[in-house]
Design a protein around this ligand. Structure first.
Ligand code: DC
Length: 216
């Protein structure tokens, strides 16, 4: 069983996917973390994004894994904190618009979820990665609320942003993510849209679990 959760940043995907996976005792896959990991690796290795041969070689050698705490490792190195930092956040949309990056990560995501039940969050899970997912949800929320949520997350890990900076980053990222040529962020026609602006996390989860139970 695949439960796809897509939506823009700050719409509540990560929190929802994490708790939902715990309640259903299945695995949670954060595909945004994978795009961030690739961005981190490309910066580390100083790879010019226009050098396609170099990029393809890098992608053919990457190994992305998660541990039980859902910390992410790139080629054995735990980079869970690094990938949340400002420079990665501001560059990840560009990296995730590159067709070679998307094909490599979509292939890895499909392989990872081959034999197990998964809650998978991202931007293109219900449209491209798993168009036949049993359940598809598309989360949205007002920009102000999304910015506030991101601010709380970033403050917790010591990242220093103003609310306007965050709003600006979110708007830029939304625009890039939803207008890119390759698998842009959009709601799958058969996805259920949930506006989380005025919902608590518990209400969000309850709503999704009720839908899943009803359709079982
Ligand atoms: O969910 P997030 O903010 O950690 O995602 C980081 C970036 O990765 C986001 O700007 C868009 C990209 N992304 C994507 O293109 N496709 C996915 N399935 C997940 C994330």
């Amino acid at each position: 069983m695949i439960i796809a959760i897509d939506g823009p940043s700050g719409s509540g995907k990560s929190t929802t996917a994490k708790i939902l996976a715990e309640r259903l005792s299945i695995t949670h896959l954060d595909t945004g973390a994978m795009y961030r990991a690739v961005t981190w690796g490309l910066i580390q290795q100083n790879i010019n994004l226009r050098n396609t041969a170099h990029l393809i070689d890098f992608l053919s050698k990457i190994n992305i894994s998660f541990n039980k705490l859902n910390e992410i490792f790139l080629n054995g190195e735990n980079i869970s904190l690094e990938i949340r930092k400002k420079d990665i956040t501001s560059r990840v949309s560009l990296v995730s618009s590159i067709v070679e990056v998307r094909s490599a990560l979509v292939r890895i995501q499909r392989e990872m979820s081959e034999d197990m039940d998964y809650v998978i969050e991202g931007r293109d899970i219900g449209t491209v990665v798993f168009p036949n997912a049993e359940y598809k949800f598309f989360l949205t929320a007002d920009l102000d609320i999304r910015a506030e949520r991101r601010m709380n997350e970033l403050t917790k890990i010591g990242e220093d942003f103003t609310i306007d900076e965050i709003k600006n980053l979110i708007e830029k990222r939304d625009l890039k993510d939803s207008t890119r040529e390759n698998s842009p962020l959009r709601k799958a026609i058969d996805a259920i849209e949930i506006d989380t602006s005025s919902l608590t996390v518990n209400e969000q989860i309850k709503k999704i679990i009720n839908i899943i139970k009803k359709n079982k």
